[in-house]
Design a protein around this ligand. Structure first.
Ligand code: FAD
Length: 620
């Protein structure tokens, strides 16, 4: 019934979809096996993409030819650039999306990708020969052969859903859990653990009183995720903000004795930074209120997502508490919130390509690796899909560096340090975040994708033009003078010191208070020059001017650290021979098998003196 595929992707969540698209776009024949084709790229929780650090990841995937940014743009309900008042390293695109349209566009995109076949069924086990995966076996007993397999099972492996004292098997509400794989993998020697996550109730938007809430509109000139000019809605929808109060908290507390979390029925650890409302009340008892974002689920539905109210308390307690929130007095509930517990595999069992160390040609990506979030999942799927293709086609592997991408930080953190609680990305996890900005993901990563064959010459030419043109603007400002009389009035209104001599434009523009748009109004030649360029190019030039010295310093640090990253270590190096290493370091190094001295230095338990020992031996 089936040919032998180059790559079989198990699961069509955010990781699986990007994995299938990447491998197929590189030229692999791909089979995407998923339990339910109606839920391809389902947003299990919040219908939103991006946010702090996550938005940067979506831009990075897009810069390399992935689809998440394009799909997010096409299905945007509302777009906001978060942290615009801070420096550009913190600017983070975030979109509220139409849940149904998002899934529909993903399915369309995959159906339009040559080389992707589909099969709807549960994969119950892997076919393994000589420690290499060679295919999958489905619940119906169908055997499908593939040269590489990417597992992206999300929250489905032995998933158990909890609502109050009720619990039942499920991978997501209304969907069955997946069985068999964890059992087989643990028999093969893999270590597995349990994690949990939760989601809020959904309500009927027609039953809410929006006049009691604060409106929250999107940006006036909305940005986008994709560097391509994909078409997207011109309109935006409003979201709202409201707050819990003491009554809501008291009502929720009535349900604590039936809470699956507080009574210990849920064993897995939940996402620290996305706690349930009961967790927030418990942990931050001093807080009188918590913010609730009231977000539409789509263009053509009245369903509302109650962001900030994730809960697994009994449904009647959820309902009673909801109706005490301002604006929710007459709320009708569509679906209760719930928590879900699922199996994951500690990611230290993977290499930096996301291939497992135990079984060749087997890759893991997404929530199965202990992460949380669509963006984290999508980026891992993308890299696993690329590496699965590269492996079966005997091409070089792709390892993303920490200094060039958030994706590199994410994967390096996972496989080097592991994670015991759901891992989500933050800007603070990236030591070089000044360089890893949402505005330059194309400059950083499109050349890599072009070399691989994931983006074409035309797309790379656009990126090169952006660099060339923004450099030309910067050079112009270094040469073009500005007269005191021209700008002093403006400088005064902007609250910055006036000039006492004529200077170059660069000099004035490097002040934080002075924007490029302000200066072009008072300097005609500059305005004429900028008229030739698009907004992104102008913005890029402004960032270069304002942060030039910071970027130079950061690049120096990267270059220094690169020396450690360039010192490669044979993954089979026998650390047992190095008796001067501490016992803990030896054990950890044998387990993680770092690829470079830099990676070794990030393993917890490997001290600077252990690194000195290693340095002597690997450079011998
Ligand atoms: P998923 O999106 O879970 O997709 C897994 C796919 O694999 C599905 O298509 C499934 O059908 C398929 N599959 C599984 N097993 C098999 C099998 N054996 N054979 C064939 N197909 C299989 N993230 C946040 O950032 N914040 C949150 O607050 C948050 N809350 C969440 C609440 C809930 C209730 C859930 C379920 C998830 C939540 N998430 C949250 C997580 C977010 O949904 C995931 O991180 C993201 O969807 C993971 O993507 P994935 O591709 O790894 O897996």
């Amino acid at each position: 019934m089936f040919k032998e595929y180059d790559v079989i992707v198990v699961g069509a969540g955010h990781a699986g979809c990007e994995a299938a698209a990447a491998a197929a776009n590189l030229g692999s024949s791909v089979l995407l096996v998923t339990m339910n084709m109606e839920t391809i790229a389902q947003m299990s929780c919040n219908p939103a993409m991006g946010g702090v650090a996550k938005g940067q990841i979506v831009r990075e995937i897009d810069a390399m030819g992935g689809y998440s940014g394009i799909i997010a743009d096409k299905t945007t309900l509302q777009f906001r650039m978060l942290n615009k008042s801070k420096g550009p390293a913190m600017w983070s695109p975030r979109a509220q999306n139409d849940r149904k349209r998002f899934a529909e566009e993903w399915r369309l995109a995959l159906e339009r990708t040559p080389n992707v076949d589909f099969w709807q069924e549960m994969v119950g086990s892997l076919i393994i020969k000589n420690n290499t995966v060679v295919g999958v076996k489905t619940a119906l007993g169908v055997e499908i052969m593939g040269k590489a397999v990417v597992l992206t099972n999300g929250t489905f492996l032995n998933g158990i859903i909890h609502i109050g004292e009720k619990k039942f098997g499920g991978g997501r509400t209304g969907e069955k859990s997946a069985t068999g794989l964890t059992e087989q993998l643990t028999e093969l020697g893999f270590e597995a653990g349990r994690m949990k996550t939760g989601t809020p109730p959904r309500v009927d938007g027609r039953s809410l009183n929006y006049s009691l809430m604060e409106e929250q509109w999107g940006d006036e000139n909305p940005g986008r995720f994709s560097y391509t000019n994909v078409e997207r809605p011109t309109d935006q929808r409003c979201c709202w903000i409201t707050y819990t109060n003491a009554n809501v908290h008291e009502t929720l507390k009535e349900g604590f004795e039936k809470s699956p979390m507080f009574t210990g029925r849920i064993k897995g650890l939940g996402p620290r930074y996305c706690p349930s409302i009961e967790d927030k009340i418990n942990r931050f008892a001093e807080r009188e209120r918590h913010q609730i974002f009231v977000e539409p689920e789509g263009w053509n539905t009245c369903e509302i997502y109650v962001n900030g109210f994730s809960t697994s308390l009994p449904e009647d307690v959820q309902y009673k508490a909801l109706t005490q929130i301002p604006g929710f007095e007459n709320a009708k509930m569509f679906r209760p919130g719930y928590a879900i517990e699922y199996d994951y595999f500690p990611p230290t069992q993977l290499g930096l390509t996301l291939e497992t160390k135990l079984i060749s040609n087997l890759f893991f990506a997404g929530q199965i690796n202990g992460t949380t979030g669509y963006e984290e999942a999508a980026s891992q799927g993308f890299i696993a899909g690329i590496n699965a293709h590269q492996k079966v086609k005997d091409q070089h592997e792709l390892i993303m560096k920490r200094s060039e991408s958030y994706i590199g930080v994410l994967i390096d953190d996972l496989v080097t340090k592991g994670t015991e609680e759901p891992y989500r990305m933050f800007t603070s996890r990236a030591e070089h975040r000044l360089l890893l900005r949402q505005d330059n993901a194309d400059i950083r990563l499109s050349p890599i994708a072009h070399k691989l064959g994931l983006i074409n010459d035309e797309r790379l030419a656009i990126v090169n033009k952006k660099v060339e043109n923004s450099d030309a603007i910067v050079e112009f400002t270094r040469k073009q003078g500005v007269e005191m009389a021209e700008v002093n009035e403006l400088l005064e209104t902007l609250g910055t010191a006036t000039l006492n001599q004529n200077v170059k434009l660069f000099n004035v523009l490097s002040r934080p208070q002075v924007g490029i748009e302000d200066i072009r109004k008072v300097n005609k030649p500059f305005d004429e020059l900028l008229n030739n360029f698009d907004q992104e190019t102008v913005e890029q030039a402004e960032i270069k001017i304002k942060y030039e010295s910071y970027f130079e310093k950061e690049n120096e640090i990267v270059n220094k650290m690169q020396k450690m990253e360039d010192k490669s270590i044979n993954p089979e190096f026998d650390y047992n021979k190095l008796l001067s290493l501490s016992k803990e370091a030896r054990e950890k190094l044998l387990k993680i098998k770092p690829r470079t001295l830099g990676q070794a230095s990030r393993i917890s338990g490997v001290s600077p003196s252990d690194i000195s020992v290693l340095m002597v031996h690997i450079t011998k």
